[in-house]
Design a protein around this ligand. Structure first.
Ligand code: UT7
Length: 330
């Protein structure tokens, strides 16, 4: 069975920076509250007039991952896009990216697993490569959450941001790469985080406008309490499955929702914060894009080296959660 190696990473974020101070002018909040409760200082917000769509952000991240890998579009046989904010209800964002790349030999589809979407995508890509169904697969996490935010709801609009990240996976006989993926969901708690309508809502009707169907709704406090134990448990499963110890993990790259979640997970896993990658102070929570952006930045900054064991762990709407251990190949 071939092993699925990450041979390229890339990311792309919109130009416009929205700081906590900017948000103080929009809703009843303070920089102090946002930093203390979440760790976020600023986030990026896409601009339609700059063509910073979900597809375009994902496309830029994908192109950068292909560039690092030295892979051309015709070599790609799978494109998986994880997103909850596609530009259209259908077709998939992955198909839009396929068209722009000219990756005519690929099968492209989307995954909707909230903030865990990237880990779900890794699982799909890894299975396909391990089974010999595909050889070179692009996994993209891309989001434009600003388009589904209620900018009058201070409990959500200060937390999220836009961006995209991508990895390119390639099958080879050399051991390493994606060592395992574990994913899990609990649909009973779907209503802790949801948006009623898609990014392109049906024609507005007075009664539907009243409950803001396309706006994200979140019960942050209850989510927080679900996130920590779920992330810890699935990370422990991943570590044990690979017969590793916590000390073997060189870097944990968690979904970037809240620095307090990251600290609580790290503490329970007994992984020191120096080994936890965080960039949420710059981007906020970018849902399925947060882990691939973090992986790309961690790699570019020299925080991950060839042979390192990297633990990625996610939690999000669904509810969904997941973990993967990657032996870094770059
Ligand atoms: O991406 C995956 C899914 N997302 C998550 O896992 C997010 C998990 N949840 C969280 O990150 C945190 O729960 C939040 C950051 C969302 C909130 O932090 P918290 O410590 O749980 O605060 P809270 O919701 O309990 O609110 C505390 C207080 C409330 O006021 P009262 O009732 O104590 O008077 C809120 O009304 O803070 C108030 N508040 C704010 N104050 C200033 C809520 N949002 C704001 C705000 N600025 N932006």
């Amino acid at each position: 069975m071939p092993f699925a190696h990450i041979i390229g990473t890339g990311s792309a974020v919109p130009e416009r920076v929205l700081t906590n101070q900017d948000l103080e002018q929009i809703v009843d909040t303070t920089d102090e509250w946002i930093v203390r409760r979440s760790g976020i200082k600023e986030r990026r917000i896409a601009r339609q007039d700059k063509n910073e769509t979900t597809t375009e952000l994902g496309l830029s991240a994908a192109r950068r991952a292909m560039q690092t890998a030295g892979v051309t579009a015709d070599q790609i046989d799978g494109i998986i896009a994880a997103t909850v904010t596609g530009d259209r209800l259908f077709p998939s964002t992955a198909c839009m990216i396929q068209k722009e790349l000219g990756a005519d030999n690929a099968a492209a589809y989307d995954i909707s697993a909230g903030c865990s979407g990237f880990v779900y995508g890794l699982e799909q890509a890894n299975n396909g490569i391990r089974m010999g169904v595909s050889r070179t697969v692009l996994v993209v996490g891309t989001e434009r959450l600003s388009s589904v935010l209620n900018w009058e709801d201070r409990s959500t609009c200060v937390l999220l941001g836009d961006g995209a990240g991508a990895v390119l996976l390639h099958g080879s006989d050399e051991p390493g790469g994606i060592l395992s993926t574990h994913i899990k969901s609990d649909g009973r708690l779907w209503d802790l985080l949801y948006a009623e309508a898609g990014n392109n809502p049906p024609p507005a009707m007075l009664e539907s406008l009243a409950f803001l169907p396309h706006h994200l709704k979140m019960e942050g406090n209850r989510l927080f309490k679900q996130a920590v134990p779920s992330m810890v448990k699935i990370a422990e499963q991943a570590i044990e499955h690979n017969k590793l110890s916590r000390e073997d993990i060189q870097l944990m790259v968690p979904h970037q929702a809240n620095v307090r979640i990251l600290q609580a997970v790290a503490e329970r896993l007994q992984i020191p914060m120096e080994k936890v990658y965080t960039n949420l102070h710059k981007y906020g929570n970018t849902s399925s894009a947060s882990i691939p952006i973090a992986l790309d930045e961690a790699y570019q900054e020299g925080r991950i080296k060839k042979g390192d064991y990297v633990l990625v762990v996610a939690f999000g709407a669904g509810l969904t959660w997941g973990a993967s251990i990657i032996q870094w190949s770059l």
